[in-house]
Write a protein that binds this ligand. Sequence first.
Ligand SMILES: [Cu+2]
Length: 155
Amino acid sequence: MRALVCIAVLGLMASPAVSADFAAKGLKIGHPWTRPAALGGTGAGYMTVTNSGKAGDTLVGIETAAARSAGVHRSAMNGQVMSMRPLPALAIAPGQTVALAPGGDHIMMVGLTRALSQGQKIPVTLVFQKAGRVQIELSVETTRPASAAASPNHH
Ligand SMILES: [Cu+2]
């Protein structure tokens, strides 16, 4: 199942910066990625989570050997100041796609145990209430085609 998904993705992608999608138990993790970051620093992970199952599921934890601690964060604007706070649980309703994206919800990795360099794949485990542990890899990318094309004012 996973091999088939990867082949389909590879066939569709023209960019050399290939990042695989991951699928497990009705959930699809689309284009997990992160930015280059220094050893000891922090990193943010982004992806889409699609629930194609019949029941809702909830993302309740993040595990990775690449950081001392990791979890889901929610970003919000307080006046002119962007702040973020831990999100203990992120619900994904049936049929819904939840986007973890810059400026919004993201995976926060604090105390990186390794430098994140472009082209690397960083193993991360997403822990779901029902689907359980789903292994993915964040691909380390410097630029994103979508954000490169978009105006910085279009938030
Ligand atoms: Cu954060």
